[in-house]
Design a binder for this molecule. Structure first.
Ligand SMILES: *Cc1c(COP(=O)(O)O)cnc(C)c1O
Length: 512
C-alpha cells in the first residue's frame, strides 16, 4: 500500500481567520465565525488554566497602555487572527487578573466557567428583556432565577425582585421606591419647589456604609446632605440607639425620614449591622428598610450561617451581588423587595410604542421597575451557574472560603507581631503588622503614624511580588491591610503564600 501522501500545507487563504476582515456588507460568515469562536474558546481555556502564571497586578504605570493603540480607528478591516494576536499581546498582559487565585484584594470574585458559558450564549441570543414581548424567555427565566435565589437565601415568598447591573443601581432603585413609599410622589412632581420638604429629607446609614448610598442620594436629587451617617460601635456596627435618636431629632425638626440602609458585610471591615434591632426601628417609624448585603449575602445560602441575617426578612428591599461572591461574571446584582409596586411607582412610564396591546394575560415588563429601558439577559448565566454547581456546590465553595479566612485570622492572632483590627464574620480579614515591642493600647499618635507607613510599605512590597494582591482600608484611623477570599481558584497554599510574603516584607521593612 502506498504511503499516505505528504499533507499539503494549508495555504493562508484556507484559514478563514487569516482572511483580511469581513467582505461585503454582512456579518462574519458562519464558517469564519465558527473557526473564530473555536479559537476564542481555546484562548479562554488557556487563560483560565494558566492564569496563575501572570502577576496578579501587572508591573505597569498609568498611561502606559494607551500609546500601544492607534490614535484613530482603522479604516481597513483586519484579519481575526491578527486581532486575536493583538489581544494576547496588548490586552491580557495589561489586565488586573481577578481570575488569579492570588487575588485577595477588595472583594475577590470569580467569573466562573458556567458563568462565562452563560455570557457567550447571552451575547449570541442578543435578547433585550425590557418588555415581556422583547424577550419572553429573558423575562420569565429572570422570574425563575430570582425566586430560586430568594428561596436559597431563606427569604419568604413575599419577596419578588429583579436583576440589575450593580448594587449601586439596586440601591438607587430601592431608595427611589422608598421615596414613593414616603408619599413624596417625586416621580410625578419632582422635589423642586416643595415647601413641605424645606426642612429636608433623610436617609440613614452607618458611617461604614458603602459610598453607593451617598451616590444614590446625589442621583435622586436629595443630595449628599440628606444622608445622615450614624455612629458605629468598636466592632464597626451601626448603633441602633443612635439611629432611633437621630430619627426622633429629625422628625422634631420637620425633616422627612425616607429610608434606613443597614449593611450585612460592610465594604471596609465586613461588619454586620444589628439587623433585627434596626428592623424594629424601621417598622415602628414606618420607614423603608433597605439591606445592603452586596458582598456577604451569598453566606445566607448556608442555613447554619444565617445568624448575621436575622431580621432581614423584615426589610423592604435587599441587595445581594451574584457578581461578587456567587461566581457570576460582571454584571449581576439581585434586588429583592416586598414592595415591587413601589419600584413600579418610581419608574413606570409607558409610551405608546412600548405598550403591550395583544395579550390578555398580565405581563411583567421589567423596564417598568428600573431607570434604564434596555437591559441584559442576566438570568441565563445564573440559570446555567445554579444548575452547574447546584445550591449544594455553592454552599461548599462559600464554606471553603469562610474556612480559609478563619485560618488566616488564626495565624494573625497567634503571632505577637501582628494584630487583627476587626472581627471576621465572613471571608475578609483586617489586620496590621505591629511588632510586639510596640505598646498595644497606648494612644501614641507618632507610633500609629509610623505603623501606618510601615504597613503601607509592607502591602506595596507584597503586591510587587505579583504572586498575591492585597488592598487596604482605614479602621479607627489606622492603616489596615485586608485579605479577602472569594476566588474559586484560591486554595490554602495561596493564603499561606500571602502570609509568608507579609512576614518576609515585615521582617525586611520592620527591621530598619
Ligand atoms: C461592592 C459593594 C457595593 C457596590 O457594588 P457594585 O455592584 O459595584 O455597585 C455596595 N455595597 C457593598 C456593601 C459592597 O460591598
Amino acid at each position: 500500500m502506498a504511503p499516505a501522501p505528504f499533507p499539503v500545507p494549508r495555504s493562508v487563504s484556507d484559514d478563514p481567520l487569516s482572511a483580511s476582515g469581513v467582505p461585503g456588507r454582512a456579518d462574519l460568515d458562519p464558517r469564519t465565525f465558527r473557526a473564530a469562536a473555536h479559537r476564542v474558546a481555546d484562548l479562554m481555556a488557556d487563560y483560565l488554566e494558566g492564569v496563575e502564571d501572570y502577576p496578579v497586578f501587572p508591573a505597569i504605570e498609568p498611561g502606559s497602555i494607551r500609546p500601544l493603540f492607534p490614535a484613530t480607528a482603522p479604516e481597513a478591516p483586519a484579519a481575526i487572527a491578527k486581532i486575536l494576536a493583538d489581544y494576547q499581546a496588548l490586552v491580557v498582559p495589561n489586565a488586573t487578573h481577578w481570575q488569579h487565585p492570588g487575588f485577595l484584594a477588595y472583594f475577590g470574585t470569580t467569573a466562573s466557567g458556567p458563568g462565562i458559558l452563560g455570557e457567550m450564549l447571552t451575547a449570541t441570543l442578543g435578547q433585550n428583556p425590557m418588555l415581556w414581548r422583547t424577550s419572553p424567555i429573558g423575562t420569565e427565566l429572570e422570574g425563575v432565577v430570582v425566586d430560586w435565589l430568594r428561596q436559597g437565601l431563606g427569604l419568604p415568598p413575599t419577596f419578588d425582585g429583579l436583576l440589575t447591573d450593580t448594587a449601586s443601581t439596586s440601591t438607587l432603585i430601592a431608595l427611589a421606591a422608598a421615596r414613593e413609599a414616603a408619599g413624596l410622589d417625586a416621580a410625578a412632581e419632582g422635589l423642586a419647589g416643595r415647601p413641605d420638604l424645606a426642612a429636608g429629607v433623610r436617609v440613614y446609614a452607618s458611617a461604614e456604609a458603602h459610598s453607593s448610598i451617598e451616590k444614590a442620594c446625589m442621583t435622586l436629587g436629595i443630595g449628599r446632605a440628606s444622608l445622615r451617617k450614624i455612629q458605629v460601635n468598636e466592632r464597626f456596627e451601626l448603633d441602633p440607639a443612635a439611629l432611633a435618636a437621630a430619627i426622633g431629632e429629625d422628625r422634631a425638626a420637620g425633616r422627612v425620614p425616607l429610608a434606613i440602609v443597614a449593611t450585612i458585610g460592610t465594604t471596609s471591615s465586613t461588619s454586620v449591622d444589628p439587623i433585627a434591632a434596626i428592623a424594629a426601628i424601621a417598622v415602628a417609624e414606618g420607614v423603608w428598610l433597605h439591606v445592603d448585603a452586596a458582598y456577604a449575602g451569598p453566606v445566607a445560602l448556608l442555613p447554619d450561617r444565617r445568624a448575621s441575617f436575622q431580621g432581614w426578612e423584615l426589610a423592604d428591599s435587599i441587595v445581594v451581588n451574584p457578581h461578587k461572591w456567587l461566581f457570576t461574571p460582571l454584571d449581576a446584582s439581585l434586588l429583592l423587595t416586598r414592595r415591587m409596586e413601589l419600584l413600579q411607582a418610581a419608574f413606570s412610564l409607558q409610551p405608546e410604542y412600548l405598550r403591550t396591546i395583544d395579550r390578555e394575560a398580565p405581563v411583567r415588563d421589567y423596564s417598568e421597575y428600573q431607570p434604564q429601558l434596555g437591559r441584559r439577559f442576566r438570568a441565563l448565566k445564573l440559570w446555567i451557574l445554579l444548575r452547574t454547581f447546584g445550591l449544594q456546590g455553592l454552599r461548599e465553595r462559600i464554606d471553603h472560603h469562610l474556612a480559609l479566612a478563619a485560618e488566616f485570622a488564626d495565624w494573625i492572632d497567634a503571632d505577637p507581631d501582628w494584630e487583627r483590627l476587626a472581627p471576621v464574620p465572613f471571608s475578609t480579614v483586617c489586620f496590621r503588622f505591629r511588632p510586639a515591642g510596640a505598646a498595644r493600647h497606648a494612644a501614641d499618635p507618632a507610633m500609629d503614624s509610623r505603623l501606618d507607613e510601615l504597613n503601607a510599605g509592607i502591602m506595596a512590597a507584597v503586591n510587587r511580588s505579583g504572586e498575591v494582591f492585597l488592598s487596604h482600608t482605614r479602621l479607627a484611623g489606622r492603616f489596615t491591610i485586608r485579605l479577602a477570599v472569594g476566588n474559586l481558584r484560591t486554595e490554602e497554599r495561596h493564603v499561606a503564600r500571602a502570609w509568608a510574603l507579609l512576614r518576609r516584607e515585615a521582617g525586611r521593612l520592620g527591621a530598619g
